[in-house]
Design a protein around this ligand. Structure first.
Ligand code: SIN
Length: 529
């Protein structure tokens, strides 16, 4: 073994909420190495504003109500067993976070255990624990602090997973690229957990950080893991729209205006200043996300605009500043005083319901390989995730995967390096060429496989992806080239699944099959043959 070879019991790839929860649990049972693509703390978790849903306010709320809301949002495709686990264990995990010192906003009354619980779309009760509008950051800090204090997890930052090491169809670890030195390192592990987050950087407009390029999903698929529900991408209704022409060129993430703002009374207005959600759903601005996003797209089209407005005029100015300090400050820095000005917003790709197919313990079809969080698909969200169930998912299923992975599956001593794993060669493309290819993917996906799709739009996206695939047949030679290949592969899988599903359900809406059709009440599963 040299300084490029590491060995551990548990290799965890990804440092968001699922990876950190798994690391804390796994470190009770063996040696853990955790790889993060950027610096620790740089993840979609850190950007999560709204909060974490848990039925802690009992008996006013109940896990049964939370179960019903999750199932209803999932449009007939939720795995009920997974939902049951999420809502029941979720209460315990949320309480543990509080015991670990997570500072969620408090209320003046004793209701809700003394916590100021928020309401978000499609929840029938106030059940969202939040830390101002920076809940993800608070949770990440809490878990990170515990990991640092316990000092049992080895963290390697700036490491991007390249490919899984496979031995006799079993996962034996992974190869990773050190983004600073360019060295390829080998990590041997008894159990490998992918917790690399989502894919929404595949879209031109997204709330997701630059890291969300589908790396873990692509890596698992290449190795033979099954992926599922790839057609279900959630578009958040309200991302800030500014400098659109500039955004089109550089494809920066759009700043999220949390759903909790609508939960506190924010209303949507079209470009003519008319409130419009009553035309679309009885729950108005708090309808399920897919419905609000499509309603916004329709209103933008009808008024020939690239945005609608979110008005906070019905909310007390002091409450806005107190409840949404980060949103208030960020908008102010960008020239908008949200206590007075309407906020220009439009939908943006936000969350991926599909991913590496796992059971409720994070097991994939490959022995030794586990997945949890946004990159995994337990079926817990069905065709459309309920607001604020994503942090909860990472917390619950990250830990469960680590518990399951402590059972021995392979013997580390007998493993050898898989020669067929990706070998990095010299980078082939210049930076601007890579950015150009990425932009082609993002534009094709936004226009063809976005909020509203059809056979025609999806086929057009597919053709664009095929065209650039011909240029990208070479082995990747840098982190950016790896990302590009991963983006291309996951984009192809999403497009293929969206073409295959000939109905509309949850976040997947096709104009040529506008109705839900229960012949399609099943999950589409894909495997690299
Ligand atoms: C939000 O704050 O609106 C995002 C929360 C989520 O995606 O569940």
């Amino acid at each position: 073994m040299n300084d490029k070879d590491y060995s551990c019991d548990f290799l965890i790839i990804g440092g968001g909420i699922a990876g950190l929860s798994a690391a804390l649990e796994a470190s009770k049972h063996g040696k853990v190495i955790l790889l993060t693509k950027g610096k620790i703390g740089e993840s979609a978790t850190e950007k999560a504003q709204g909060g974490i849903a848990a039925a802690i306010d009992q008996p006013r709320d109940s896990t049964e109500y939370h179960f019903e809301d999750t199932i209803a949002a999932g449009a007939g495709l939720c795995n009920e067993k997974a939902v049951r686990v999420l809502v029941t264990e979720g209460v315990d995990r949320a309480k543990e976070l509080i015991e670990m010192g997570a500072r969620f906003d408090r209320a003046e009354t004793e209701a809700g255990g003394g916590f100021a619980l928020a309401l978000e779309g499609a929840h029938k009760r106030r059940r969202i624990l939040h830390a101002g509008d920076e809940t993800g950051k608070e949770i990440e800090k809490t878990l990170g602090r515990r990991i640092v204090n316990e000092n049992k997890v080895t963290i390697h930052q700036g490491m991007m997973g390249i490919d899984l090491l496979m031995e006799d169809k079993k996962c034996a670890g992974a190869l990773a690229l050190d983004s600073l030195s360019g060295a390829v390192k080998s990590y041997r592990a008894r159990a490998t957990l992918i917790a690399t987050g989502g894919v929404c950087q595949l879209y031109l407009y997204t709330t997701n950080p630059a890291f969300a390029t589908g790396d873990g999903i692509a890596m698992a698929y290449r190795a033979g893991a099954a992926v599922t529900d790839m057609e279900f991408v959630q578009f958040h209704p309200t991302a800030l729209v500014q400098f659109k022409q500039f955004e089109d060129i550089v494809a920066l993430p759009r700043f999220l205006i949390s759903e909790a703002v609508r939960g506190e009374g924010g209303v949507l207005l079209n470009n003519k200043g008319e409130r419009f959600m009553e035309k679309y759903h009885v729950k108005l601005e708090l309808a399920p996300r897919d419905i609000v996003s499509r309603a916004i797209v329709q209103e933008m089209k009808a008024t020939d605009s690239d945005h609608v407005f979110l008005s906070l005029k019905g909310i007390d100015a002091e409450k806005i500043k107190h409840r949404f300090p980060m949103i208030y400050k960020t908008c102010l820095e960008r020239g908008l005083d949200i206590t007075k000005d309407n906020i220009p917003v439009a939908p943006a790709a936000h969350y991926f319901m599909g991913g590496i197919k796992t059971d409720i313990d994070g097991r994939t079809n490959l022995p030794g390989l586990y997945a949890a969080g946004e990159c995994a698909s337990t079926g817990v969200h069905g065709a459309n995730r309920l607001a604020s169930n994503s942090l909860l998912e990472g917390l619950v299923f990250g830990r469960r995967a680590a518990v399951a992975a402590k059972q021995p599956t392979t013997n580390n001593q007998q493993l050898t390096t898989n020669e067929s794993a990706t070998i990095l060669c010299k980078p082939r493309f210049k930076d601007f060429e890579i950015q150009r290819y990425k932009l082609i993917i993002k534009t094709a996906m936004w226009n063809g496989a976005g909020i509203i799709r059809s056979q025609e739009s999806l086929s057009s996206a597919s053709r664009k992806l095929e065209l650039i695939e011909k240029d990208l047949v070479y082995p990747a030679g840098s982190l950016d080239e790896l990302e590009l290949k991963n983006m291309l592969l996951t984009a192809k899988l999403i497009t293929r699944a969206a073409l295959d599903r000939q109905e509309s359900r949850g976040a997947h809406y096709r104009t040529d099959f506008p109705k839900q059709d229960d012949n399609w009440k099943r999950n589409l599963i894909y495997k690299n043959s």
